[in-house]
Design a protein around this ligand. Structure first.
Ligand code: GDP
Length: 173
């Protein structure tokens, strides 16, 4: 099959200050920032990344956390990176709320989601343990990874992980 894949829309969700823009910057490395349909809602980056030897076109949406805008984000993505900061328990609770809203918005779909505990470099300011993150992901039936955008640790693993999940879903259709 030599047909190019259509772009996967991956949405960054999470409380403000957790590192969404830092993730987008890392992704952006060589990507073109595109004009979004409505730049008030999100910033969009598109790029071809190679995952397991196969190219994938990924459109990454960096969003702003605001109640009024959420319904739009909940419908727009093929997959979600749900970020919190391990140094901010409130952001962990926010990630849970967002997960519940996502499930309600798309009850019939199995949407790939990775729960991402960012800022794992800030060990002494940790408020959420690895075990809590892992347990939360298990309850919410999604994958889990801890990252540090500051150290560029595991960020690409998260992007590649979401592409792998999207492919699994595609191949099982
Ligand atoms: P957003 O509001 O979710 O887009 O968060 P930002 O990406 O703007 O990050 C908020 C602040 O946290 C900025 O000062 C970032 O430099 C910092 N930050 C983001 N990721 C990390 C990280 O992994 N480690 C550390 N130490 N700081 C981070």
């Amino acid at each position: 099959n030599t047909e190019p894949e259509s772009p996967y829309r991956v949405v960054l969700l999470g409380a403000s200050g957790v590192g969404k823009t830092a993730f987008a910057r890392i992704f952006d490395g060589a990507a073109d920032s595109m004009d979004s349909d409505d730049c008030e809602l999100y910033e969009m980056f598109e790029k071809v990344i190679e995952v397991d030897g196969e190219p994938a076109v990924v459109t990454l949406l960096d969003t702003w956390d605001a109640e009024v805008r959420q319904p739009c984000y909940m419908q727009t993505g093929d997959a979600y990176l749900l970020l919190y900061s391990i140094t901010d328990r409130a952001s962990f609770l926010r990630a849970s709320e967002l997960r519940i809203t996502l499930r309600r918005s798309r009850p019939a779909q199995h949407t790939p989601i990775i729960l991402v505990g960012n800022k794992c470099d800030l060990v002494r300011r940790r408020e959420v343990s690895v075990a809590e993150g892992r347990t939360c992901a298990a309850v919410f039936d999604c994958k889990f990874i801890e990252t540090s955008a500051a150290m560029q640790h595991n960020v690409w693993e998260a992007f590649c992980g979401i592409v792998r999940q999207l492919r699994l879903r595609r191949d099982s259709k």
